[in-house]
Design a protein around this ligand. Structure first.
Ligand SMILES: *Cc1c(COP(=O)(O)O)cnc(C)c1O
Ligand code: SF4
Length: 343
């Protein structure tokens, strides 16, 4: 690592420890460098991107593959866990490396020194798999970050998916609009807007401070290009684990035409214990936001079950049985009501 990068990390209160940096990839985009400069070590953006000595602490419960992708990969570049949809990962690098990343053992330039992008042959193999499985209705491009590939490569992949009749929906999951918004350029926009099937883009973003002028500009252009915008966030201790932060983020997104889709409970990735929130605390946050935010602004709170069993909502339960025909329902202020109501 360059002395300049080390100094940058240390100025922001992070750790440039060799063991840490050789274990987990580090990268911030030039755009982010300018945004991070002069912030404090407690800042929600700094925490997301600047390596911390806490990453060297591991618990026995943490895993290399916390959501069990490996168990469901029929060919390189594909994870097929649910019958109707697959993850398609053409690339394993990102524009930035998030310190809490659930795929941190898989992403980054290291990965055995292999190519960042699937080879042409591997891409063909993944596309052939999608073409052969007529139950695949939705393809989710993820990574790494699929929006770091060239617009030409993106065009190639989208045109091939366009031609597979049973694929009706394509979803892209990307950190690019929030972490490197200048990459959303004319070329990318023209490729995305040429795609004729339903195209959804889930923007990975965790804090309202990430909604800078540049990020807002990128979001506006994507919307104008006909892309349907969603967001996904990770619930992170010290970054966004309070009602005010989540409210500001979700309101900010909805006002830009982005529907908050998922709030992920943090996964059991190695060295991420300092980011982990209790499930009860996450549920209490969701309870607090229910009623306070419109349905448009409320994402689902999700857990990816370790071992590859898929995602389940962790939302609080508002109804319980009280007798043979009666239930008890709790409203958003905590009031308890019978259902059906007593005469
Ligand atoms: C998360 C995930 C999906 C997408 O799940 P949705 O609930 O549809 O957003 C699909 N496949 C795999 C393997 C996943 O991990
Ligand atoms: S962009 Fe996604 S895959 Fe890449 S480091 Fe961040 S969380 Fe991990």
């Amino acid at each position: 690592m360059k002395a300049k990068d080390k100094a940058f990390i240390e100025e922001l209160g992070g750790s440039a420890d060799e063991a840490l940096l050789s274990r987990y990839a580090y990268r911030v985009s030039d755009y982010l460098k300018s945004k991070l400069a002069n912030r404090s070590s407690n800042d929600p953006l700094v925490k997301q991107y600047i390596p911390s000595a806490s990453e060297l602490e591991q618990s026995e419960l943490e895993r290399d593959d916390p959501i069990g992708d490996g168990a469901h990969s029929p060919v390189k570049g594909i994870v097929h866990r649910y019958p109707d949809r697959v993850l398609f990962t053409p690339v394993h690098v990102c524009p930035v490396y998030c310190r809490y990343c659930f795929r941190r053992e898989m992403v980054g330039p290291k990965d055995g020194g292999g190519a960042a992008m699937l080879s042409q042959e591997e891409l063909e193999g993944a596309l052939a798999y999608i073409a052969s499985r007529t139950d695949i209705y939705e393809v989710i491009l993820t990574g790494g970050d699929p929006l770091v590939i060239s617009s030409k490569q993106l065009d190639f992949i989208l045109s091939r998916l366009q031609a597979i009749e049973h694929v009706q929906v394509v979803r892209i999951h990307s950190r690019v609009p929030a972490a490197d918004p200048m990459r959303v350029d004319e070329k990318m926009l023209s490729v995305l807007s040429r795609f004729e099937k339903a195209l959804y883009l889930a923007i990975h973003i965790n804090h309202a401070d990430e909604l800078s002028m540049e990020v807002r500009g990128a979001i506006k252009q994507l919307r104008a290009g006909g892309v349907i915008l969603l967001s996904q966030s990770v619930l992170l201790k010290g970054v966004n684990d309070n009602e005010e932060a989540l409210e500001a983020l979700f309101r900010g997104l909805v006002a830009l035409g982005v529907k908050p889709y998922y709030l992920h409970h943090p996964d059991m990735a190695r060295g991420t214990g300092h980011f982990r929130v209790n499930i009860e605390d996450g549920q209490a946050l969701m309870r607090g936001l229910q009623g306070r935010l419109s349905g448009l602004a409320l994402p689902r709170y999700m857990l990816d079950i370790p071992g590859g069993y898929g995602k389940v909502p962790l939302e609080p339960i508002y109804i319980r049985r009280k007798g043979d025909i009666l239930y008890e329902v709790v409203d958003y202020k905590g009031g308890v009501h019978d259902y059906p109501p007593k005469k």
